[in-house]
Ligand binder design. Structure first.
Ligand code: KG4
Ligand code: ZN
Length: 340
C-alpha cells in the first residue's frame, strides 16, 4: 500500500511516499529556516506564502523520486493539525485536490501522531506498551502508547515547548535561528555547570512541564551580568557557551526526569524519544543512560525523521487508514487539535 503524505504544519514544506507504513520510497523536505532566521522565529504569514510556492514542486519531486504515477497510489495522507492555520491550509487543500482528481482515499493525520510513528518507521517492530517523549518546537508531551496507533496523553507543557525555549534563548543571545542545533553545537566542550538553572516542577502537575521560567531566568542572568548580544555567532565568547550549556543541561535534566518518572509509573516495555529536540546530542545521551538504568530499549529516529518531515505522516497515515479514518472534500485544518 503506497501513501503520498503531505506535511505543512509549520515551516517545513514536505512530501513523501511511504509503502506499507514501513518503507520510505521518497522523502522531500524544503525548509524555510533561512527565511525566518532574521526574525528569530517563524513568521506565520511568510510561512504560508512559501508553502504555497513550494508545495507543488516538493510533491512532484516526491512522486518522481518514488518513480510512481498518481494512479499507482493507494491513498493521500495529510497533516490536519495542530500547527499554523495558514500553513496547514496549504497542505490540506492540495491533498484534497490530489485525492479528488485521482479518486484516492484521503486520510487525515495528527502531527504529533506522525512524530510518535517516526521511531516505528525507523526501527520496525517496537515492544509495546511504550512511553513516548515528543519534544519539538511546538510541543513537549509524554504519551503512553499501549498499542500501535493508540496514544494516551500523560503530560504536556503548560507554557513553552522545549524547542521554543532553545529558540528564544538563542534569539536573546544573538545566536541565530533555529536555536536548538546552534546551542547543541556551542555547548560541546563548554562548562555546563557554570550557571545553576532549574526547570520548575509543577505542584500536583504529575508529568507536566514548564519551560517559560528557565527562559526568563536566562534573560535575567544576561541582564545582571551585562552580557551583550553575540557579534559573531560562529565564535561566541566562553561565557556565552557556558551559559547555553548550563541552560541545555537544565532542560535535558527536566525532560529525562519526567521520562524516567513516567516509565517507573507505567512500566512500559520500551521508550521512544522523538520530535525536533530529539536531535539534541545531550538529550539522546542522557535518555539512553536513563533507559539503560531502567533496563528498557530506547528508540530514537535518525535526525531527518526526528525533525518535521512527511515520511512520518505517511507512517501515521497508514495506521489511520487501517483504523478506517477517511476525510472528504470538507476537511479543514485544525490549528488546535488534541491527541489522546
Ligand atoms: O519537530 P520540529 O522540526 O518542528 C516542530 O514540530 O516544532 O522541531 C523543531 C525544533 C526547533 O525548536 C529546534 O530548535 C529544535 O527542534 N531542535 C533542537 C535541535 N535540533 C532541532 N533542539 C535542541 N537540540 C538540537 N540539536
Ligand atoms: Zn513537529
Amino acid at each position: 500500500m503506497r501513501i503520498l503524505a503531505i506535511e505543512t504544519s509549520c515551516d517545513e514544506t514536505a512530501a513523501a511516499v511511504v509503502e506499507d507504513g514501513r518503507r520510505i520510497l521518497s522523502s522531500v523536505v524544503s525548509t524555510q529556516a533561512a527565511l525566518h532566521a532574521p526574525y528569530g522565529g517563524v513568521v506565520p504569514e511568510l510561512a504560508a506564502r512559501h508553502h504555497l510556492e513550494n508545495i507543488c514542486p516538493v510533491i512532484s519531486k516526491a512522486m518522481s523520486d518514488a518513480g510512481l504515477s498518481y494512479a499507482e497510489l493507494d491513498g493521500v495522507a495529510v497533516t490536519r493539525g495542530p500547527g499554523l492555520i495558514g500553513s496547514l491550509l496549504v497542505g490540506v487543500q492540495v491533498a484534497k485536490g490530489i485525492a479528488y482528481v485521482h479518486a484516492k482515499p484521503l486520510v487525515p493525520v495528527h502531527h504529533i501522531a506522525g512524530h510518535i510513528e517516526a521511531p516505528f518507521l525507523a526501527h520496525g517492530d517496537i515492544p509495546l506498551p511504550a512511553v513516548a517523549l515528543v519534544v519539538s518546537g511546538g510541543h513537549t508531551s509524554l504519551f503512553e502508547v499501549p498499542a500501535r496507533g493508540e496514544y494516551r496523553l500523560r503530560g504536556r507543557t503548560r507554557d513553552d515547548a522545549a524547542g521554543e525555549a532553545f529558540d528564544k534563548v538563542a534569539k536573546l543571545l544573538g545566536l541565530g535561528y533555529p536555536g536548538g542545533p546552534v546551542i547543541d553545537r556551542l555547548s560541546q566542550g563548554a562548562n555546563d555547570r557554570a550557571v545553576e538553572f532549574t526547570v520548575a516542577r509543577i505542584k500536583n502537575g504529575g508529568s507536566d512541564f514548564s519551560f517559560s521560567g528557565i527562559k526568563t531566568a536566562v534573560l535575567y542572568h544576561v541582564r545582571r551580568e551585562g552580557i551583550p548580544a553575540v557579534a559573531d555567532p560562529s565564535r561566541p565568547p566562553e561565557e556565552v557557551r557556558d551559559l547555553v550549556a548550563s541552560f541545555q543541561r537544565a532542560v535535558v535534566t527536566a525532560l529525562v526526569r519526567r521520562l524516567k518518572q513516567a516509565a517507573e509509573e507505567l512500566r512500559p516495555r520500551s521508550l521512544l524519544l522523538t520530535g525536533g529536540v530529539a536531535a539534541n546530542s545531550v538529550l539522546r545521551r542522557e535518555s539512553a543512560k536513563a533507559a539503560a538504568g531502567l533496563g528498557l530499549p530506547l528508540f530514537v529516529p535518525p535526525i531527518p525523521l526526528s525533525t518535521d518531515n512527511a515520511a512520518m505522516i505517511g507512517a501515521a497515515g497508514f495506521v489511520n487508514f487501517h483504523k478506517g479514518l477517511r476525510a472528504g472534500g470538507d476537511l479543514n485544518p485544525e490549528p488546535h487539535l488534541d491527541l489522546g
